[in-house]
Design a binder for this molecule. Structure first.
Ligand code: ASP
Length: 436
């Protein structure tokens, strides 16, 4: 069996004719790149617009019966430039007119938003000489807009069996009535992963505008080193805390089948990028893979003597958060105390109610609340079983005079979580980076 690679190109990699040319060169370099999944054209410069944002705007205006012609002209212009820049022949004007009339005719928000990928897919398919397979025919949603993995896999396998090379637009699919549904923003990553999984790809390539993941946030650390290899689980820990190169849900479909993901840079195709592999393939690895963190957590601490002997105490505590619709980030605990860490914005309007209910249901001796806490995850498979790393991490923090407020080691043994005050966040991340 010949190799199959699914290559997804993000918005910035599809922003204009030059980027289409770069993508074509990349695709031509490896015959195995048989299924290509484009996003809609993204920003060409900092002050530019993403086509998807413009389409959402058109839809909003149309819903309020305000003329959307001017905004739609910006959309049309983006495609015309690509079309002319590449010397394409299909009837782009007819396709644009169709989309314009759908918006005017009250098409659903999701349908309108999906047209960015749809039109880009039409152009890219012609430019590559690949077949165009409409995502509406192969990515299946229920009428309620729930993604249907079983239906999708069957459809994709059936349709692609006779199509050796295809362009399939990202971000959307359709239900049995043909109504379009989209994934959440950035969802072309998810489409690519689903397609890679259905065709049992050897690799899912995600082409974007950075050469993969970095070991720390470059806005905090100067020139952090790239991560060459990371496991799906490690990446979850890193992305959960804030890294945002890849849509979080894009990992699941390929992870199930152990298909590696390679995040690569369209503008620097010679860089090998970051390879995301199964956890087994990372056995034996030691050391820190990366550091990521988030600010603005609130910590609610309860003290109660003999708390650990009281049956059902934790259940009562967590159900207060559940009934108030607050998800819990972490629960570090001691013998007679326990803290619940939540995102501050999740309790912005109901903190006093939550605290009051904790008093009523849990009868603590004391409750205190502290906000302005950051959580930093030091992630690395094998790190926890390698002697000396924790010592190095905490020595670096001590030298930087960081006051550590929370320490928890994830049960997965993949990460150490460190809570510090928001004002020491940057210094703490820099100190931790120096421990790698
Ligand atoms: N174009 C969509 C968005 O801007 C989906 C994607 O780019 O992945 O969110």
């Amino acid at each position: 069996m010949s190799r199959v690679v699914v290559a997804k190109f993000g918005g910035s990699s599809m922003a204009d004719a030059e980027h289409f040319m770069a993508a074509k060169q990349i695709i031509a370099r490896d015959e195995a790149r048989r299924y290509v999944v484009p996003s809609a054209p993204g920003k060409r410069r900092g002050d530019d617009h993403k086509v998807t944002d413009l389409l959402y705007m058109c839809n909003q205006l149309a819903q309020h019966s305000i003329d959307f012609g001017e905004v739609f002209a910006l959309v049309a212009q983006r495609y015309r430039e690509i079309y002319e820049g590449l010397g394409l022949k299909q009837d782009l004007e007819a396709a644009l007119e169709q989309v314009r009339s759908e918006i005017a005719g009250g098409a659903s928000t999701e349908h309108v938003a999906s047209r960015g990928e749809y039109l880009n897919g039409l152009l890219l398919a012609e430019y590559l000489g690949f077949e165009f397979v409409d995502a509406a025919d192969v990515i299946v949603f229920s009428r309620e807009g729930e993604y249907d993995p079983v239906g999708t896999e069957a459809r994709l396998q059936e349709v692609l069996a006779d199509v050796p090379r295809a362009v399939i637009p990202g971000f959307y699919g359709a239900d049995e009535d043909g109504e379009v549904h989209t994934f959440s923003r950035g969802g072309s990553d998810v489409s690519g992963a689903i397609i890679a999984s259905a065709v049992d790809a050897d690799m899912y390539e995600n082409w974007t505008d950075v050469s993969g993941f970095l070991q720390a946030d470059p806005r905090v650390v100067d020139n952090p080193a790239p991560i060459e290899t990371v496991s799906y689980k490690e990446l979850r820990e890193l992305s959960y805390m804030g890294a945002s190169v890849l849509h979080e849900e894009a990992i699941f479909p390929v992870r199930e089948k152990g298909i590696p993901i390679n995040v690569r840079n369209t503008e620097r195709p010679e860089d090998s990028g970051t390879l995301i592999v199964s956890d087994q393939e990372r056995v034996g690895q030691s050391g820190i893979t990366g550091i990521s963190g988030k600010q603005q957590f609130t910590v609610i601490t309860l003290e109660k003597t003999l708390m650990d002997e009281e049956k059902g105490f934790m259940r009562k505590l967590v159900s207060v958060f559940e009934t108030n619709g607050v998800s819990i980030a972490h629960i570090p605990s001691g013998i007679d105390s326990v803290s619940v860490v939540v995102r501050s914005d999740a309790v912005r309007f109901n903190l006093s109610k939550v605290v009051e209910e904790i008093r009523i249901f849990c009868h603590p001796d004391a409750v205190h609340v502290e906000d302005g806490i950051s959580l930093i995850a030091v992630v690395g498979r094998g790190m926890v079983s390698t002697p000396g790393i924790a010592a190095r991490v905490f020595t670096k923090l001590a030298r930087a005079k960081i006051n550590i407020r929370i320490i928890t080691q994830g049960a997965s043994e993949l990460s150490i979580l460190i809570g510090v005050e928001d004002r020491q966040f940057d210094d703490a991340v820099r100190a931790l980076y120096s421990a790698i």
